[in-house]
Write a protein that binds this ligand. Structure first.
Ligand SMILES: Cc1cc2nc3c(=O)[nH]c(=O)nc-3n(C[C@H](O)[C@H](O)[C@H](O)COP(=O)(O)OP(=O)(O)OC[C@H]3O[C@@H](n4cnc5c(N)ncnc54)[C@H](O)[C@@H]3O)c2cc1C
Length: 388
């Protein structure tokens, strides 16, 4: 095991009892960041020169799979902070932006998030209404970002907006590194959700929120590309986390099959229960293959960023891995609850918590439907594009 995977494992073991208690009490897990800092896992793919662990895409995916066993909420924190928070700066940031934002976020002094979605712009981010305008040596951003992981605890968010005045071909989205401090940005928690009760999902409204000129991320008008590239990283993280959910469900199911007796024998001796065990194992094995393959494709693309064919392969394979893994994890959690019977349908057991939490993986970072359209279009050709 690499040093990073050993540290991730130790982090997960120490986190587990705290996370379980927070889940039962339905409260945000305040210990996650200090513990993650203790094990130096707040910047797994961030280069060592910025304080991170320098993990490649394959090791990072394995780390997220391990974290996913602790719950989709825990893994989602890392997706928001690292996969779509730090990653866009790593990929598109200037040397100054990297120096300012990466070390402090690796130390946990700065929590990161990614603000693309708006109340009226979800599957189609091009329908966003957030705007920016230049005001002397700064930009002023206005608009609402909705359903954002870490959205009301983040110190810094990657935000996307249109120019306020431009029309026609000049009206293209730009990306910004936005510090949330100040009364021109108001955020709030969104607690009325079906699961991930220990993780933060929030929204925020910007009203002429000042952002220094040097905080534009990438070139002006290049924000859609920044967003789409970041979603490749985000989808990979969701897929890997779903593998962890499946692995954890399998451990729980095997244990319960041995210890729970009905009709005079362990329930694992009933053939219809064995059918669930076999299906979960097949989901685990197939999802693991998808994760390794997609992470390798992502790594190959990162090593040759100018290679369009590698970028297309990484984009498609991470989309396929995410679609497959999210549905496999959902089916696994459902089967696991079935094996646990009445006890499974509760917050008291890990399988019940996984069922509540993992459902969102079929929605965020590209819904099932959007990913299917993406996969079909890649095969059929651009003339068949269902959107854009
Ligand atoms: C817990 C949570 C965390 C999130 N974290 C983040 C985050 O950190 N950052 C961020 O920017 N966003 C985040 N999101 C937002 C998430 O990415 C969106 O919810 C998702 O993209 C879907 O958008 P929507 O909810 O507006 O659904 P809609 O786009 O309104 O879609 C509704 C339904 O219509 C379908 N649909 C839409 N268009 C088409 C089409 N062309 N063809 C076929 N079907 C279609 C969808 O698949 C879906 O079934 C998060 C969401 C949740 C729930």
């Amino acid at each position: 095991m690499s040093d990073l995977l050993a540290d991730v494992d130790a982090f997960c073991r120490e986190l587990r009892p705290i996370e379980e208690l927070c889940y039962l009490e339905r409260r945000h897990n305040e210990q996650l960041v200090p513990l993650a800092r203790k094990y130096n896992v707040l910047g797994m793919p961030v280069p060592v020169e910025y304080g991170g662990r320098g993990a490649d895409a394959v090791i990072y995916a394995r780390s997220l799979a391990r974290i996913g066993r602790e719950g989709t909420g825990v893994r989602t924190f890392f997706s928001g902070h690292t996969s779509i928070g730090q990653y866009p700066i790593l990929r598109f940031g200037t040397a100054e932006q990297k120096k300012k934002y990466l070390p402090s976020s690796v130390r946990g002094e700065r929590i990161m998030a990614f603000g693309l979605t708006e109340p009226d712009a979800g599957s189609n981010p091009l329908e966003m209404t957030s705007t920016y305008r230049r005001d002397g040596n700064r930009f002023l951003l206005s608009g609402v970002k909705y359903l954002i992981s870490n959205g009301s605890i983040a110190d810094t968010v990657i935000v996307f907006a249109y120019p306020a005045e431009a029309n026609g071909p000049d009206r293209r989205i730009s990306a910004f590194i936005v510090d949330t401090a100040g009364d021109t940005l108001q955020s709030e928690d969104l607690p009325a959700k079906l699961g991930m009760v220990t993780a933060n999902t929030g929204m925020f409204e910007m009203t002429d929120h000042p952002v220094p000129l040097e905080n534009m991320l990438g070139r002006e008008g290049d924000g859609f590309r920044v967003a789409m590239q970041s979603l490749v990283s985000g989808r990979m993280s969701v897929a890997a986390g779903c593998l962890g959910v499946i692995e954890d469900c399998l451990v729980e199911v095997l244990e319960y099959c041995h210890t729970r007796h009905q009709h005079g024998k362990p329930i694992g001796r009933h053939q219809l229960v064995q059918e669930h065990v076999a299906a979960i194992e097949m989901a685990r094995a197939t999802t693991a293959l998808w994760i390794e393959q997609a992470a390798a494709a992502k790594q190959a693309s990162e090593e040759s960023p100018a290679d369009a064919a590698l970028a297309t392969a990484a984009d498609l394979q991470t989309a396929q891995a995410k679609l497959f893994a999210a549905n496999a994890a959902w089916d696994t959690a459902d089967r696991s609850v079935q094996v646990f019977g009445g006890r499974g349908w509760s917050n008291l057991y890990r399988v019940g918590r996984h069922l509540q939490d993992v459902r969102v993986c079929r929605i965020y970072e590209g819904t099932d439907e959007i990913l299917k359209l993406k996969i079909a279009t890649a095969l059929l050709g651009k003339d068949f594009a269902a959107f854009r």
